[in-house]
Design a protein around this ligand. Structure first.
Ligand SMILES: NC(=O)c1ccc[n+]([C@@H]2O[C@H](COP(=O)([O-])OP(=O)(O)OC[C@H]3O[C@@H](n4cnc5c(N)ncnc54)[C@H](O)[C@@H]3O)[C@@H](O)[C@H]2O)c1
Length: 245
């Protein structure tokens, strides 16, 4: 028996990287997963379906109100309910390195649009459907950079954490909790990219290694379970103990 048998879960940004792994783990836990991404959702949905119950891919641009509402409508049409939303879609490549003074307009706008507006749009689309079903769980995704990075990436992730608290306050009475997981440097090979200073960052951690998608998922699934029914508005840092001194 899985921990989320029969539940219906949307994971945004799940065609690749960490989100793709989360979708597969949710399916292994017995959930129907709706994989939402700008493209490439079909192969990822097939992979998740092979690990558990039927999952589907829905091409979605989280920055768009119409697209996120269509995502939730399709979820309800296919599975009849929505229990969990994981706001994982995010842009990070190259954003920290861009700094502030010389940050290109497109990079700045894209970071706020996907990381912040995208999280908001998916929340706005999901809440009415969850409320109709009696409640739900929303997990936003921040980053270790929310504390350390005064750049486009870190600032948007800082906003995601503040937004998590605001959302939680807004929808608690609807039976919906909203929490946030802030990963450290994780699953780097799977994410298909390298940060120039990754080795230095890892060496400075209390637990000096890269994290795994499974370790991040275990934090996400905690927020989705009965044990966390009275936990809301929180950010859980899963980062090997970065920035402790
Ligand atoms: N990998 C890490 O070490 C790490 C560390 C801290 C935080 N994070 C956060 O975890 C999340 C996933 O990271 P990742 O490394 O797997 O990233 P990734 O770049 O591999 O995957 C992100 C996914 O989001 C999708 N996406 C981008 N814009 C979108 C949009 N407008 N609509 C829908 N989907 C969109 C992309 O297509 C991609 O599939 C991000 O929010 C990231 O900021 C990652």
């Amino acid at each position: 028996m899985g921990r989320l048998d029969g539940q219906v879960v949307i994971v945004t940004g799940s065609a690749r990287g960490l989100g793709r792994d989360y979708a597969r783990y949710f399916a292994q836990d017995g959930a129907h997963v709706v994989l939402a991404d700008v493209k490439g959702t079909e192969a990822a949905a097939d992979e998740a379906s092979a690990a558990g119950p039927r999952c589907i891919g829905v091409e979605t641009d989280v920055t768009s109100r119409a697209s996120t509402h269509a995502l939730v409508d399709r979820t309800i049409a296919e599975f009849g309910r929505l229990d969990v939303l994981v706001n994982n879609a995010g842009l990070w490549r190259g954003l920290a390195q861009a700094g502030l003074l010389d940050c290109p307009d497109e990079a700045w706008d894209a970071a706020w649009s996907v990381n912040v507006t995208g999280t908001l749009r998916a929340y706005q689309a999901a809440v009415p459907a969850m409320a109709k079903g009696g409640g739900g769980r929303i997990v936003n995704v921040s980053s270790v950079a929310s504390r350390s990075g005064a750049d486009a990436y870190g600032l948007t992730k800082n906003a995601v954490e503040r937004m998590t608290a605001g959302m939680a306050h807004e929808v608690g009475r609807l039976g919906i909790t909203v929490n946030c997981v802030a990963p450290g440097i994780s699953a780097f090979e799977a994410a298909g990219s390298k940060l120039g200073n990754a080795d230095d960052i890892v060496a400075g951690l209390a637990v000096p290694r890269v994290g795994t998608s499974r370790e991040l998922y275990e934090a996400i699934v905690y927020f989705c379970g009965d044990a966390a029914g009275w936990v809301t508005g929180q950010t859980l840092r899963v980062d090997g103990g970065g920035g402790l001194r």
